[in-house]
Design a protein around this ligand. Structure first.
Ligand code: SF4
Length: 438
């Protein structure tokens, strides 16, 4: 079981159903779930984020920018916008399993079942006039209406198509950065290109916000974002301890502030508190999984609608998914407030998802070593080829190079019709047995 950053009555019903379905003997022998106390503050940071946006919609101030999850949030904050992240909404639709009813609505509007299921979940939810925000946060009836949509294609082209849909629907500008992909060693010309594109956003942002660009305000947002990134990195790296103080499934919810509140002091304060709690767990020798026996690295997207089930499965197997490329994606170490444009350009071009296989493989090798992982699970998410690394021989190359096993499970971030649950459970159980045999 994991602790989400929002309380959704339906999500609780799903959880209860799953637990009552479970085998009682297994429940009796399974180690107890250890709740992270700082989750309460996580819920507050996230609630403040959404209620702040809701208030801005009512009063018309400040203006609201929608931003892709690894888009130029610091520039938007520096221009005085409140920032909303549709991918975060997509993950809520997945985790609450509302996505199942929303995806077909977007499919009927011409958005293929084969493209990003965050996109189809989110657009489908909009067309249905629904949002899990209204169940989680009383008084919020809808997602906050944007004044401007700002993307970066560093992660995929889907985000641009997604924002362009809203641009046409709501008649608001959609602007952004066209990034490089399959990036090997980063070249100065690439940084200059992204940096120039960042600067080119400013006139439109000034016009929409009514604020003149203020370099000091921008630098402060970059400074706070870097502090948040450093804290989040520290949180994740605490999991290199044995036993690890949290799991990948905890991290997928604890990363909320790093996604939606980076560039704010609240996010930094939250991670300071979380770090203190995790350090205490380490000092007490108290791992997230009692009697931790195996350590696994997770590559690829989470399966949002199955986080609880998978968390429970690994708990029962006394196996911790200690690290992931996904949660590490919100570490932006190059950010430097003394050189805000170029450092932002570098931070958002150095991302794992943008890089060539050579760089990705080297990165995973370092992670396996840092976290003492014994094996890798590749999640092949059907509708996110951009964040699925198992399709061109990487698992085989890494297994040969690192001498550790890997397994690939077929699934999806939001579309559970694409997740082979029974097969995946069998694969994971066999994989852990294989680790035990070693
Ligand atoms: S990276 Fe994948 S999950 Fe994220 S927006 Fe792009 S296609 Fe969707």
């Amino acid at each position: 079981m994991i602790d989400f950053w929002y309380d959704d009555p339906r999500e609780k019903e799903i959880s209860t159903l799953n637990e009552s379905d479970s085998d009682m003997t297994e429940q009796a022998t399974k180690p107890a779930f250890k709740k992270i106390k700082t989750s309460a503050l996580n819920k507050k940071v996230m609630a403040d984020h959404f209620y702040g946006l809701n208030e801005a919609v009512k009063t018309g101030s400040p203006k609201i920018a929608w931003c892709t999850s690894v888009g130029p949030a610091e520039l938007l904050r520096g221009m005085g916008f409140l920032v909303y992240f549709p991918e975060n909404h997509g993950s809520m639709l997945g985790a609450t399993r509302a996505a199942a009813e929303c995806i077909p609505v977007a499919n009927a509007a011409g958005y293929s079942p084969d493209i990003c299921s965050y996109l189809t979940s989110d657009i489908g939810a909009y067309l249905k006039g629904e949002t899990p925000l209204s169940r989680a946060y009383p008084g919020i009836d809808a997602v906050p209406r944007p004044d401007v949509l700002v993307y970066n294609t560093n992660q995929c082209r889907d985000v641009k198509d997604w924002f362009n849909w809203y641009s046409r629907k709501l008649n608001v500008p959609s602007i952004g950065i066209e990034s490089f992909c399959n990036v090997g060693d980063i070249r100065d010309s690439q940084i200059k290109s992204v940096s120039d594109q960042l600067k080119a956003l400013i006139p439109t942002l000034e016009e929409v916000s009514g604020n003149k660009f203020d370099i000091d305000r921008f630098k402060e947002a970059v400074r706070l974002s870097r502090l948040c990134s450093d804290r989040w990195k520290e949180v994740l790296e605490l999991n290199s301890h044995r036993p690890a103080p949290m799991t990948f499934f905890d991290a997928t919810t604890l990363m909320g502030p790093a996604v939606v509140a980076r560039g704010t002091a609240e996010a930094v304060e939250f991670y300071d508190e979380l770090i203190a709690e995790l350090k205490q767990r380490i000092a007490d020798g108290s791992g997230a999984i009692e009697g931790e026996q195996h350590r696994i690295y997770w590559d690829g997207m989470p399966i949002w609608g199955k986080l609880r089930d998978l968390s429970n499965l690994f708990l029962g197997l006394r196996t911790n998914t200690v690290a992931s490329t996904y949660c590490n994606s919100w570490i932006f170490t190059p950010l430097d407030h003394t050189d805000p444009f170029d450092s932002m350009a570098r931070a958002y071009t150095e991302l794992f998802i943008v890089r060539s296989d050579r760089i990705k493989e080297e990165y995973i090798r370092e992670m396996i070593s840092l976290y003492s992982a014994q094996g890798i699970i590749f999640h092949d998410a059907k509708t996110c080829p951009n964040n699925s690394n198992s399709r061109y021989g990487m698992p085989q190359r890494l297994s040969e190079r690192l001498g550790i096993p890997s397994v690939t499970i077929a699934g999806d971030l939001n579309d559970l019709r694409l997740y082979s649950e029974e097969q995946s459970i069998t694969q994971i159980e066999a994989f852990v047995e294989q680790l035990a045999g070693k």
